[in-house]
Design a protein around this ligand. Structure first.
Ligand code: F6R
Ligand code: MG
Ligand code: MG
Length: 367
């Protein structure tokens, strides 16, 4: 059976700052999707990571379907009313346009989708990250799909012998979706040359070269490209099909133990280590650290099993402690050097005014 998995997420308001949505807001979204999605969706799941709410759903309507996207948009609009009633902070924050048009791309919410013929067993992973941007997935994906140090299947499994095709997007280009296709393993140095710059080049999708099937889909929205000003970080979602011709679940999870420094953290303007967290985790230290959650499901005839929370395991407690230390260490240097993002990536406009004023006070000394 051919199905589409869609995940659409937005920050529409949270408790006590940019921390987590209220229970009432989340319940409202669940009820809305369960009611209005009847007949349209086969199944759905609503979850939160940090201050973001995500709607994961299955259906047979294909990619960028107007009705599915409108359902999610209307759910977020309706949720915004609840957020306003409760006085939640940043109510409707990610709904950047007044009206829905066609699909949610360019309107604020992030979206990742995949359409495929279901395998008899179809396990997949649903990732959601907060206080960071889509490039945060670059390093884990590079390692899981190209490096036998993390993916033993590249050596051991005949199903992965041909490697994977990466589609990488230049997210600084705003006139169109500008992409390049590169093949691993032959072109891994070219892939690395692009992915080393996660603010500009972002993995959009990954495909098996053995079967042609899509393994990964990442949301590539950059909010500041839509709004032209700070409106929150992009907080990307990702879907990854696993096992068989794809990496095993544990091979996808393996590089997340690095906790790489990614853009985001306080005011979307710092570097912080990406911490794998449990389902429904909130945000804390220095409005961070950047977090990523991951739920594993199986889908059969479009119906989801219950989820398994893969970062809810004693192994990751130790990793989280290490990553807390990495966070503390980089925060010790405050605003200095690599602790803060370069000028062009700072998410708040205040610095522009400050720099313009200071510019006028510079003088040229005689040689
Ligand atoms: C980062 C984030 C927070 C806010 C910060 C200030 O993505 O959401 O760090 O930037 O709490 O928030 P405002 O500008 O809403 O007062
Ligand atoms: Mg937010
Ligand atoms: Mg967020």
């Amino acid at each position: 059976m051919k199905i589409t998995l869609s995940v659409i997420k937005a920050d529409i308001g949270s408790i006590g700052g940019h921390i987590k949505p209220s229970k009432r807001l989340k319940d409202h979204l669940k009820e809305y999707i369960a009611g209005e999605g009847r007949g349209l969706l086969i199944d759905h799941y609503v979850g939160s990571t940090g201050d973001d709410l995500a709607i994961l759903c299955s259906h047979q309507r294909g990619l960028l379907d107007e009705e599915v996207h409108k359902l999610a948009w209307d759910a977020f609009v309706s949720g915004t009313e609840v957020a306003k009633e409760q006085g939640l902070y940043g109510a409707g924050q990610d709904l950047l346009k007044d009206a829905f048009s066609g699909n949610v791309k360019g309107l604020g919410p992030a979206v990742a989708e995949m359409e495929f013929e279901e395998r008899p067993n179809e396990p997949f992973l649903f990732f959601a990250a907060d206080k960071t941007d889509p490039g945060a997935y670059n390093l884990p994906l590079y390692l899981s799909f190209t490096d036998p140090m993390h993916n033993s299947g590249l050596i051991l499994s005949p199903g992965m012998a041909k490697g994977f095709k990466f589609i990488i997007m230049d997210v600084s280009y705003t006139d169109a979706d500008r992409v390049i296709e590169l093949n691993a393993p032959e072109e891994i140095y070219d892939i690395a040359a692009l992915l080393r710059d996660p603010e500009r080049f972002v993995v959009e999708s990954i495909h098996s070269r053995e079967t042609g099937d899509q393994a990964v889909s990442v949301s590539t929205t950059r909010l500041h490209n839509i709004a032209g000003k700070y409106t929150g970080k992009d907080d990307p979602v990702m879907l990854a099909r696993v096992q068989g011709a794809f990496p095993a679940t544990g091979e996808i999870l393996s590089p997340f133990n690095i906790g790489p420094y990614v853009a985001g953290f306080m005011r979307g303007s710092h570097n912080g280590p990406l911490m794998p967290v449990k389902q429904d985790s909130s945000i804390s230290f220095f409005d961070g650290p950047p977090v990523v959650s991951c739920l594993a499901f199986c889908v059969h005839n479009g119906k989801f099993t219950e989820s398994a929370d893969v970062f809810d395991h004693p192994y990751w407690d130790h990793i989280r402690n290490n990553i807390s230390q990495k966070a503390t260490e980089i925060r010790r240097q405050g605003f200095f050097g690599s602790a803060m993002l370069p000028y062009g990536e700072l998410e708040y406009g205040g610095i522009v005014t400050k720099m313009e004023k200071l510019e006028q006070r510079f003088v040229n000394w005689e040689k």
